[in-house]
Every structure is written in C-alpha cells, then in structure tokens.
Design a protein around this ligand. Structure first.
Ligand SMILES: Cc1cc2nc3c(=O)[nH]c(=O)nc-3n(C[C@H](O)[C@H](O)[C@H](O)COP(=O)(O)O)c2cc1C
Length: 342
C-alpha cells in the first residue's frame, strides 16, 4: 500500500493519454440526465475537469447509421461543445464498439471514449449481456478494449467498472489489470457491486486497493461524494488520481466549483441563494426547451426540477406540483408559487 500521509493537496492534474483533466474532478455519465443542457450548466459553474455524456448504445448507433437516420439524441451538442468531453458507449461486440469509437473520434472529435462496464440495469445486463455483466468475462472486456483502442488511437479509451457483479465475486483487482493490459488510458471505479445497485455505501478502501494493481494508468474513484469536504477526504485518505461525482451534482451543478476550491485550499464558495438556484433552474429549463421543444422539454425538466428542490424546505410540495406540469406556462407558474424561497 502506498503511504498517503505525505500527500499534498491540491492533487496534480490527471492525464488521460494526452488529455489534461484539471482539476481531477470528473462529472459522471448519467443516462437521462447528463445531456448537453446539463453539461452546459455544469461548465458555467466550472470545477469539473472532464464531463461525460449519457451512455450511448453502440449497436443502436450503427443501426441508425445504416438506416441513414439521425445520430442518437444522446449525442446532441457533442460535436460543438467545448473540450475536453468524454462520450460513453456500451455494448458487448468488440467490432461494433470499435466501429462506433472510430466514428466518435473522426466525426465528433471527442476527447475520450469511455466504456460502460458498470451498468447494473437488467435491460443492459441480462438482456444485452453488457455493462456490469461483462465483469464476469474479463477476456471479452479485453477484446472490446483492445479493438476500441486500436480504432480510436490516438484518442484515449477509458473504462468504468463496479467492484464486481456480486459481493461474493468481487474481481476489480483482476479486472483493473485486464483494463490496463488491453490499452485503456484510465480506470474509473464505482465502489459498489452490480448486485448492490445503490444500496449501502461505496467501499473506498476497495477502490484504493486497486491502485497497487495498476502500473501506470490513473485511477478515478466514484461513489457517494456529495460535498467539497468529502472530495478533499477522498484525495487525502485514498490512493486515487481523480474523483467522479454523479447523483449529488444533479440538483447542485455548482458542487464541482466548491470541491475544486476546497482542493486548492481556498474557502468553499457558499451555495447560491435560493433565488439564484431558481434562476439557474429556469436557465436550464430554457436550454432544454430550446432543444426539445416545449412539450418534451417540459416533461424532461420535471425530474431536474425535483433535483434542484431536493432537501429544501417545501420540496415535497414543489415536487407534487411540478410532477404534473406539461407546458412552459405551467412550469413557470409552479416555480413562482412553490419553489423554495430565501
Ligand atoms: C440516474 C442515473 C443514471 C446513470 N447512468 C449512468 C450511465 O449512463 N453510465 C454510467 O457509467 N453510470 C451511470 N450511472 C452511475 C453513475 O455514473 C455513478 O457511477 C453512480 O451514481 C455512483 O456515483 P454517485 O454516488 O456520485 O452517484 C448512473 C447513475 C444514476 C443515478
């Protein structure tokens, strides 16, 4: 085990191949949430060195391509937005993954192609034998990574895993070696098994242990980081090169900026006032509606709005009402009446 007592903060920027991730705080991929509008909001606050899209199914991408349909909705914004940006893909066929990786590099010029080996959802695991299902097939993981790396070079390919499929089959140390040997440029680990879904707490000791099984590539720890203090603690106590934040940033996109300040040893900026948070949410709403139109945009915004209100006095009331809005006028009216105020 590395001696961490001499660790100094702030941690150095993280290198994923030639991509500089500074600060080494990553915004996680989240299906249904981390679209271009959300990523823009996070970027405006700052503090995340690398943002990721929602996971994109490689087979679906190829099908759309062959039928000359539009590319997946989940790639909205990817071609134009600032870099660095990671696109996450999932599937279990090495050739399909390689084909899509090549397209992402050539047509979209993405900074990083990330592979999902962590999704525990039945539709992905049992039905498509992908995501966390592949943790039980390290050989197949190797083939997928190897072919994708060859297809994307020199753009780096990374892998995101869980500790294992089940508690009694934790194999993250072995998988980590496979990931590195196959040519991946970084490894992200969510410190739970697929069986855990989101139960219990992320096991950061286990994440930390993985570092000694990697030769060169950086290790990014993920799970339950929901404050600037916890991000600092993760770097102090555990042998990670970077951290990734998912759920906690959904209603608090300013969390990255707070964590980045804490890592630099600066005072943590306070949360925006409730009025500022409401304005941020309305800005988010306009971005979503601009892209998806009023009907779909309003529906989509319901869940983000609940996240923005989460944990605040009156949130339950707000949630009940916002869950029913279907027009922009209704959304504005509910926000005006029920969004928590200072
Ligand atoms: C709504 C939701 C969607 C997610 N979608 C993805 C995804 O598309 N790809 C992925 O690798 N992980 C996905 N995750 C997992 C997160 O990236 C992350 O690993 C997990 O939430 C643990 O981090 P946290 O404790 O900071 O939330 C998702 C999680 C949530 C809550």
């Amino acid at each position: 085990m590395t001696d961490l007592s001499a660790r100094v903060l702030p941690p150095p920027p993280l290198m994923i191949g030639d991509v500089v991730v500074d600060p080494p705080i990553l915004q996680a991929p989240m299906a249904g949430f981390t679209n271009a509008a959300f990523r823009q909001i996070v970027r405006e606050f700052g503090g995340s060195g690398l943002q990721a899209t929602e996971m994109v199914n490689a087979r679906g991408f190829v099908w759309l391509d062959e039928h000359e349909a539009e590319h997946p909705d989940r790639l909205w914004g990817v071609a134009e937005e600032p870099r660095p940006l990671a696109v996450q893909i999932w599937d279990n066929q090495p050739e399909t993954m390689a084909k899509v990786g090549r397209r992402l590099v050539e047509d979209y010029r993405v900074s990083v192609v990330d592979i999902n080996f962590g999704c525990p959802v039945r539709q992905v695991t049992e039905k498509a034998h992908s995501g966390s299902y592949l943790l039980r097939e390290p050989n197949r993981m190797y083939q997928i990574i190897e072919q994708l790396v060859a297809a994307c070079a020199p753009t780096p390919v990374t892998a995101k895993i869980r500790l294992g499929c089940t508690r009694d089959k934790i194999n993250c140390n072995e998988v980590a070696r496979v990931v590195e040997d196959a040519g991946a440029a970084a490894l992200t680990v969510h410190g739970r098994t697929a069986q855990d879904f989101f139960k219990g707490s992320a096991d950061w000791e286990r994440i930390s242990e993985i570092k000694s099984h990697l030769r060169d590539i950086p290790l990014i720890g993920n799970g339950d980081l929901d404050s600037a203090e916890k991000v600092v603690e993760a770097f102090r106590r555990y042998d990670v090169d970077g951290v990734m934040i998912a759920r906690a940033c959904l209603g608090r996109p300013w969390l990255f900026a707070q964590a980045a300040a804490a890592l630099r040893g600066e005072a943590v900026p306070s949360d925006p006032t409730l009025t500022e948070q409401r304005d941020c949410m309305l800005h988010h709403f306009r971005l979503v509606v601009d892209r998806f139109g009023e009907d779909k945009g309003t529906l989509l915004m319901r869940k983000y709005a609940c996240c923005y209100a989460h944990g605040k006095r009156g949130a339950r009331h707000f949630r009940t009402h916002v869950a029913k809005v279907s027009t922009a006028a209704e959304f504005y009216a509910v926000v005006e009446e029920y969004f928590p105020v200072d």
